[in-house]
Design a protein. Structure first.
Length: 343
């Protein structure tokens, strides 16, 4: 069933609610940066002129299929991803619109921004066609809408979106189970750190926990990180699909970093992480350090169990080894239900 939620800033979050509607357990799937609720992942090399995915469906589509008899499942497109609204910088967008067409009214600028927040393409097209401006100006505005001025990504804002969504639907459920891939793993964990009640399990696929390695030391890393640094110097932002990083993102990460690992250690819920050994974005060596410390801390302090597994070869987010990882995650989730029977 398609669902949508309006955030306090007007941005619309869209997704699907599926599975067992009678279950009191809700599994929330949060995708990686640049992708969407299906978590389809990276494409394989070009074959006969067309790029194909590693798998015909996305990781989360497979996971939802495995869980649908047991739990309710919420798959959403995070802000600025998929069908959800564009995370636009409203003041800068209005300034740019005024530069393109000085005659454009404040009301029209506001409508354009609101429609971008809702990602309503048809209404935007109609609105622009009816503006009393030149053809050239309309074409420039159309181009701006295709490439809007996006705010730097904020993981705390995305975490706040999850809080808002749970406020809207939370009374229907007694227990929550989170699954997060890469960026979605970080956002899931940030949410649970501030809202631990009712959360019964956390499943992670290549979670973005290596904060120093992924964000704060980008000038000393691999080719991907070097490209990121070059883009930041040239454009002030780094874009990977719909994921947009900039100075505000890194300032936020520095603040998150101050308490993240202490809070992670003290999360008293079952945690299971699967990491690919050949992940180029999140290095297994750095991830292992984090989880070794976490496992030891939980064991020493009699906290809930933490599991860490690796898969060979295992590219980022495990797109090449989806089947064993989905089987493991689905089994982990169902083992942490209040009842293991179909409901």
């Amino acid at each position: 069933m398609p669902v949508e939620f309006k955030m306090p800033d007007g941005l619309i979050i869209r997704g699907v609610l599926e599975g067992n509607i009678n279950s009191k357990d809700l599994v929330i799937l949060l995708h990686s940066g640049g992708y969407n609720k299906d978590e389809r992942g990276v494409k394989a090399k070009t074959t006969r002129g067309a790029k194909i995915y590693y798998n015909p469906k996305g990781n989360y589509e497979y996971l939802s299929e495995a869980l649908k008899d047991y739990v309710s499942i919420l798959r959403i497109d995070l802000r600025n991803h998929g069908a959800s609204g564009k995370n636009i910088d409203i003041p800068k967008m209005k300034t740019k619109l005024k530069e393109i067409a000085s005659s454009i009214t404040e009301n029209a600028k506001t409508k354009i921004c609101n429609l971008l927040l809702a990602n309503n393409k048809e209404a935007l097209k109609e609105l622009i066609s009816n503006l009393n401006i030149s053809k050239e100006q309309k074409e420039k505005i159309e181009d701006l809408i295709k490439h809007p001025i996006i705010k730097d990504s904020s993981f705390l804002m995305m975490k706040s979106d999850i809080e808002e969504i749970i406020k809207l639907i939370g009374n229907n459920y007694e227990n929550y189970h989170f699954v997060g891939t890469c960026m979605g793993g970080l956002i899931s964990t940030l949410y649970i750190m501030d809202n631990p009640s009712k959360v019964k399990s956390l499943s992670l696929l290549s979670p973005l926990f290596t904060l120093d390695d992924a964000f704060l030391n980008i000038d000393t890393h691999n080719e991907f990180s070097k490209k990121k640094l070059e883009s930041l110097k040239k454009y002030g932002q780094f874009k990977m699909g719909n994921q947009v990083e900039g100075p505000n993102t890194y300032a936020e990460i520095k603040n998150i970093r101050k308490t993240f690992y202490d809070k992670l250690n003290n999360l008293n819920i079952p945690i299971y992480c699967i990491q690919g050994l050949e992940d180029k974005l999140i290095k297994e060596k750095e991830q292992r350090k984090i989880f070794t410390n976490l496992i030891n801390y939980h064991a020493k302090n009699n906290l809930s169990p933490v599991y860490y597994a690796t898969i060979i070869p295992g590219v980022h987010s495990l797109y090449d080894v989806v089947y064993p990882s989905i089987l493991e995650i689905s089994t982990f989730i169902t083992s942490n239900l209040t009842s293991n029977l179909k409901r």
